[in-house]
Design a protein around this ligand. Structure first.
Ligand code: PLP
Ligand code: COI
Length: 364
């Protein structure tokens, strides 16, 4: 019921960004502001399936003001990256995992399913056309943002019958403007990100909108990110606003919250790091960990390192936690050894500097 006509029609931008201007924009891109010249758009209509696949000059969307996405937030997205390798070629990292998670998110939000090959084709075609926008590895990566919105003009509360699947891309330097030095994290006690049966495992816009007051509160306390606790006991670590969390203990164990609560996003970086840790013989635990344990273990020195991980954040060390009651410093507040060596191992594969023994990278 899906694929109708999904060969991409390519319309190139005529006034493409001149090379010198593009290079200047790529010199210090920050995150999420320097966009490429094109976008991919595919339309879904009930009864017809996916059709009108196009690569177009990047441009504003025309939406009916009654479009469901604007009222009932039927919206999902993905985050993935293209990397420039030492020989100048461009590659993706586990794009099939993003395509799968996108299907999962669509299912949870009662949206049309984007077939995985259509998802991969849209991403590949866009990156191919905008290849020159992939920064040099010393600068960063091309961040790719596939997303889907409900476009049907109808105010009745029901799953929409029309959708657009769109892919845009932007240059990305460090997500945190601290040269990957340790960040500080606000322990959120007032609001929760997800509860059992909710939408925590879906990558839907609403989850992020709901996290913003906590993010603001954290910022007021000088923090870069927010750590959310479980909704029931307000005690167990779940994840951050836009990344998963991992701990390293004195005995070398790497621990991260388990996914069985159904409230945590199944991070692809999380999964990759657990695999790399197991490869090198580290003990890996996917077990609950409480915030009071974290404070105690940080004080006693048992907890050595904590880091955040995700596509945008890569692996970002956490130096301090702050909360209404105080907080704690992790280790000496500096980047830990396991954190930096896992980060390096992951990045070496992503940028094509190390052998990809897991079949994770895909050349464009
Ligand atoms: N958790 C949340 C809430 C996120 O937004 C992200 C980022 O996508 C992650 C975790 C990490 O997921 P991934 O490693 O697949 O980027
Ligand atoms: C990503 O890492 O892709 C995300 O979606 C997180 C967001 C904070 C940019």
């Amino acid at each position: 019921t899906t694929e109708s006509d999904t060969a991409f029609k390519i319309t190139r931008k005529t006034d493409i960004t001149p090379a010198a201007e593009r290079e200047a924009m790529l010199a210090n891109p920050g995150f999420g502001r320097v966009f490429t010249d094109h976008m991919a758009v595919v339309t879904y209509t009930e009864g017809k399936g996916w059709h009108s696949a196009e690569i177009l000059p990047r441009q504003p969307l025309m939406l009916d003001p009654a479009a469901s996405v604007l009222h009932y937030a039927q919206e999902i997205f993905e985050g993935m990256k293209a990397y420039r390798t030492p020989d100048g070629s461009v590659q993706l990292f586990r794009p099939d995992a993003n395509a799968r998670r996108f299907r999962h998110s669509a299912e949870r939000m009662a949206m049309a399913q984007v077939p995985e090959d259509l998802f991969l084709d849209a991403v590949t075609q866009l990156v191919k056309l905008d290849k020159d926008w992939v920064p040099k590895p010393e600068i960063g990566t091309l961040y790719i943002r596939p997303f889907m919105i409900a476009t049907e003009a109808a105010l009745g509360v029901k799953p929409a019958s029309e959708f657009k699947f769109i892919v845009i891309a932007c240059a990305a330097g460090e997500y945190f403007s601290k040269d990957a030095g340790p960040v500080s994290v606000w322990v959120e006690e007032r609001t929760v990100r997800a509860s059992r049966g909710g939408t925590g495992t879906a990558k839907c816009g609403g989850n992020y909108a709901a996290s913003l007051t906590a993010q603001m509160e954290g910022k007021e306390h000088g923090c870069h990110q927010v750590l959310f606790l479980d909704a029931q006991e307000r005690r167990w670590l779940e994840e951050m606003g836009g990344m998963n969390v991992m701990m390293v203990f004195e005995d070398g164990t790497l621990q991260t919250p388990p996914l069985d609560s159904g409230t945590i996003l199944h991070g692809i970086t999380r999964d990759s790091l657990l695999t790399l840790a197991r490869d090198r013989g580290l003990k890996v635990k996917e077990e609950r960990y409480a915030i009071d344990q974290l404070y105690g273990d940080a004080d006693s020195g048992k907890l050595k390192e904590v880091f955040a991980c995700g596509t945008a954040a890569v692996v970002t060390p956490i130096g301090t936690f702050k909360s209404t009651e105080g907080g704690c410093t992790i280790g000496n507040g500096q980047t830990g050894e396991v954190t930096s060596s896992l980060r390096k191992a992951l990045c070496d594969i992503q940028f094509g500097r190390a052998a990809d023994t897991h079949g994770w990278v895909k050349k464009i």
